[in-house]
Design a protein around this ligand. Structure first.
Ligand code: HEC
Length: 106
């Protein structure tokens, strides 16, 4: 598990530096960002890792709220606190909708 966590953490850092996040590029980088989420949470938000919450079908407003909390350091997690800081509110909403409905938003 810790080896996996390290690999995933490396992936996050790599994705972040390759993409060069900016709020104007929401549409282009949304799907690449989503790939990062999927690496941990699973393609439909469900996964078998004890330490990673299932997001499949989770309430979208709840997920946006949690992402905002991570971004604002009101909730802290080694990974999610970093990941959430990369996201605009628009991207949070699109991702929450994706995990809630199982469909990509365009
Ligand atoms: C490296 C693995 C990893 C990546 C990448 C990752 N997450 Fe997470 N995520 C976690 C872990 C672990 C937690 C639980 C944190 C905790 O215990 O507070 C979590 C928590 C969450 C929660 C809160 C769930 C709840 O039930 O309260 C949401 C929402 C979420 N992640 C969304 C995302 C989104 C959206 C992305 C992509 C932008 C993403 N995550 C990327 C590992 C990851």
């Amino acid at each position: 598990m810790s080896v996996l966590n390290n690999k995933l953490a490396a992936l996050v850092v790599l994705s972040a530096s390759v993409l060069g996040f900016s709020s104007q590029a929401v549409a282009e980088n949304y799907k690449q960002l989503l790939n990062m989420c999927i690496a941990c949470h699973g393609v439909d938000g469900s996964n078998k890792f004890d330490s990673i919450p299932n997001l499949k079908g989770q309430n979208a407003a709840y997920m946006v709220g949690q992402l905002k909390n991570f971004k604002a350091d009101k909730r802290q997690d080694k990974t999610m606190s970093k990941v959430a800081k990369l996201l605009t509110e628009e991207q949070m909403q699109a991702m929450a909708d994706y995990f809630n409905t199982g469909k990509e938003q365009d």
